[in-house]
Design a protein around this ligand. Structure first.
Ligand SMILES: [Zn+2]
Length: 399
């Protein structure tokens, strides 16, 4: 699913001598829709070259198209949307003044692709594929067939697992020199194994070895693979050595929900400076996050992360002491990348002698992995992603 592929592209003709010109304000002069049996295309006729990007979001499903420094000079009402996956088109401005066009979709399986239209001046094509069922059924030559018989296999729910720290960044260090990066990798590997063992799920590890990866690169893996979930596994230190237990964190766009959460986020965000002074501050002109952090709809993703995190936290409560009873939020850089729901699991405190001992025990590690998986599975059984085997099974069970 193209959920979060930020298809940044520049319309043909943007070979401009100065970067300033790229930001010259352009107008969308005409908006139209064309459709065929298998696809629909939204055409945006522009007065000149524009930098455009798009991403898709779920619950509710929609495609968001941002046009840098553009203005809308054409009506969006009255477009022939029947038989397309689009149910409504809205427009607005991003806080940075760019034009945002939002396509509400009938189905979350729809993918969008931006493409300049050759030989048509500055026309941007938004290609939409993955039609809603009624579009197929309305074509007389094609019989409506059950999804299973369509030949398209149901996909696995993809979980990207990130073992915190690594390489020159050891993470937190215990009283006897125990290193967070090692414990995190061991638990991450057990979790990946558990997920892969379950039909309908697939896991992908960000790192399988003791290597350093900048925080943003980790989040990019989930984005590139269009993952359904990103889990960062940690075992941090706390300022108080008596602090113990597991906790789950999600991103906050504003402030942290507790001073502990803020402290944790600052600590985790330091990982990149340990690894060589890279700046992890995310700027709004960063192509990966452009428009995303500023997007109100990012709240929907955070809300999913919180629901998911809550299920994981309650399962962890069965195998470990909980340091916090609720999912806390702060500005974790590793969770910031995308609309991929993202949680950070602190499996315990390596700075606490008892926690540290348990974190090194393979049986306990396995229990933690099992609990995290149970939380994830519990969530996805309730909210099965479109097109997944889990969704197909849920339908069969309720049919
Ligand atoms: Zn950590």
């Amino acid at each position: 699913m193209d959920r979060r592929s930020v298809l940044k592209f520049i319309l043909a003709g943007l070979a401009l001598p100065t970067p300033l010109m790229a930001y010259a304000s352009q107008a969308v002069r005409r908006v139209s829709v064309s459709r065929s049996a298998s696809s629909a295309t939204l055409l945006l006729e522009l007065s000149g070259p524009v930098i455009a990007s798009s991403f898709t979001l779920e619950s509710p499903p929609r495609v968001v198209i941002d046009l840098k420094q553009a203005v809308l000079a054409a009506p969006l009402e009255g477009l022939a949307l029947d038989g397309t996956p689009v149910t409504a088109i809205r427009s607005g401005k991003t806080p940075s003044g760019d034009l945002r066009i939002v396509l509400d979709l009938a189905d979350s399986g729809v993918r969008a692709k931006l493409q300049p239209m050759s030989g048509k001046g500055h026309t941007l094509q938004v290609l939409l594929s993955g039609q809603p069922a009624q579009a197929v059924a309305s074509t007389p030559a094609v019989q409506a067939v059950p999804e299973r018989a369509s030949g398209k296999p149901h996909r696995d729910v993809l979980v990207v697992i990130d073992a915190g720290h690594g390489g020159k960044d050891p993470g937190a260090v215990g009283s006897k020199g125990e290193q967070e990066k090692i414990v995190a990798l061991q638990i991450a590997k057990l979790l990946a194994k558990r997920i892969d063992a379950q039909k309908g799920y697939k896991a992908k590890l960000v790192r399988t070895d003791d290597i350093f990866i900048p925080l943003r690169k980790r989040a990019e893996v989930a984005q590139r693979l269009n993952a359904d979930l990103f889990i960062s596994v940690h075992a941090d230190a706390a300022p108080r050595l008596t602090a113990s237990g597991a906790s789950v964190f999600a991103l906050s766009q504003n402030g942290a929900t507790s001073s502990m959460a803020r402290w944790m986020a600052e600590r985790e965000n330091d990982a990149d400076s340990v690894g060589g002074g890279l700046n992890v501050k995310l700027h709004k002109d960063d192509p990966m996050v452009a428009g995303v952090l500023l997007d109100m709809s990012m709240n929907a993703t955070i809300s999913t992360s919180l629901d998911l995190g809550h299920q994981v936290l309650s399962q962890l409560g069965g195998v470990a002491r909980l340091h916090q009873a609720r999912v806390e939020q702060a500005g974790f850089a590793v969770l910031k990348s995308a609309a991929v729901p993202s949680i950070l699991v602190e499996t315990g405190f390596i700075s606490n002698v008892n926690d540290c001992q348990r974190l090194h025990d393979t049986r306990h590690q396995r229990k933690i992995a099992e609990a995290i998986f149970a939380g994830v599975d519990g969530y996805f059984r309730q909210q099965p992603p479109a097109g997944s085997l889990i969704a197909a099974r849920a339908r069969n069970e309720t049919a």
